[in-house]
Design a protein around this ligand. Structure first.
Ligand SMILES: [Zn+2]
Length: 397
């Protein structure tokens, strides 16, 4: 694809859904010449894609090829039909697996599901494109999978992190030691990977774990490099972080919805709203790869609450609490007085710590870090143990 502008023009001419979206927003293809113009195109969310597919089967007017030119058609929950267009490594995962050290000569056990949904085939295609040998193991059959791991000399794992842990634990239960298993690298997605689990898998089992981010509709969006500090944006996509209400792009550092444009001419999803919450950082990565990185997926945008015109998300409250070792639990409550939003931080101190100036310090730091002026309320031990991090107590009736 020679330029964003040409990509947009072709999408407009060949994909009726794109043409409709442009016309309804009063846009012409010539209005979109640079990435910063993209913000004028309305975001397409998953429910809109599903609706468009229902009224215009099977691909809702986004596919620019005859259906018989596709390699495969997948069915994601919804149901949403996902096309696999022409070409090797259609979803671009090869770059993510390469960054994790997967290469020719690896024997890889792929434990993502191979039927209906695309994950299994996505990684199968990418791995074979890299020259790896793939075992299409799919989901489940733990004991058989341990046997495969050992008998076939598997060197790489692809799947969710919890199943990797299950397999390796099972191998120990069955009396296998580290010498019996050659597995040394793993690539995981679709589940949150805790740093504790990552460290345990490296320490106890000698497996280095990398992760990436993508979806069934989009394929590869971002992935970790050997530094494993956030996710580099993949080649072939444009990633924006936007205000989930207005669809406007946000500056680096601010959390918002991850919105992705895939530069794939056969299925041009322009500004696809993932519903995932993320932020970008401009801080250069020591690995030397250029461009911004996603600093992780922080939750779902629907968990956010708008307070005084700014979104507040549960992870911000837990991050904030982590700055104070003397706080055991913290909860943010949004209420209204005189039709104005009031943010109250309810703070449960660790039992026995002095709390003289705690409230004042929390208030100062909240202003600095969360960028909200808030009230602070100290609560007795046990009050917040099973409470949500963020509560919207405003009455909208
Ligand atoms: Zn890097």
């Amino acid at each position: 694809m020679s330029s964003l502008h040409e990509f947009i023009r072709a999408a407009y001419e060949q994909a009726p859904a794109i043409r409709e979206k442009f016309l309804s927003a009063g846009l012409q293809p010539s209005d979109i010449r640079t990435v910063s113009d993209l913000g004028r195109v309305p975001v397409t969310r998953k429910d809109e894609l599903a609706k468009r597919q229902r009224s215009n089967l099977p691909f809702g007017g986004f596919l620019t090829l005859p259906v018989d030119r596709l390699q495969r058609i997948f069915i994601s929950p919804g149901p949403i039909y996902d096309p696999q267009g022409p070409g090797a490594d259609y979803w671009r995962w090869g770059q993510a697996l390469t960054a994790a050290g997967f290469t020719r000569g690896d024997i890889v056990q792929n434990t993502f599901s191979y039927h209906l949904t695309p994950a299994g085939m996505m990684f199968d295609d990418a791995l074979r494109h890299l020259g790896c040998t793939v075992i299409p193991a799919g989901v489940g059959n733990t004991e058989l999978q341990v046997q495969i791991l050992r008998e076939l000399g598997v060197t790489g794992y692809v799947g969710v992190p919890s199943f990797l842990y299950t397999l390796l634990q099972k191998s120990r239960e069955l009396g296998l030691s580290r010498q019996d298993i050659r597995l040394c690298k793993a690539w995981v997605a679709a589940e949150k990977l805790s740093e504790d689990l990552r460290a345990l898998l490296a320490r106890d089992f000698g497996v280095e774990v990398y992760q990436g981010y993508g979806t069934a509709d989009l394929g590869c969006v971002a992935f970790e490099c050997p530094e494993r500090r956030g996710f580099h944006l993949a080649d072939g996509v444009i990633v924006e972080i936007v205000d989930p209400e207005s669809g406007r792009s946000l500056a680096a550092g601010q959390p918002g919805e991850v919105v992705v444009t895939v530069l794939e001419p056969s299925y041009p999803l322009l500004r696809f709203g993932t519903g995932d919450l993320g932020a970008l950082t401009d801080v250069p990565c020591p690995c030397g790869r250029p461009g911004p990185r996603l600093t992780g997926i922080l939750g779902r945008t629907m968990d956010g609450v708008k307070v005084k015109g700014l979104f507040l998300y549960p992870h911000q409250i837990s991050d904030f609490q982590a700055r104070f070792p003397e706080i055991k639990h913290c909860q943010a409550v949004v209420s209204q007085e005189d039709f104005r939003d009031v943010l109250t931080l309810r703070v449960e101190p660790v039992l026995g710590v002095p709390v003289d100036d705690l409230a004042a310090r929390v208030q100062r730091e909240a202003k600095e870090v969360l960028r909200f002026t808030c009230r602070v309320e100290l609560v007795p031990p046990g009050t917040l143990a099973n409470e949500k991090l963020l509560i919207d107590a405003r009455n909208w009736d």
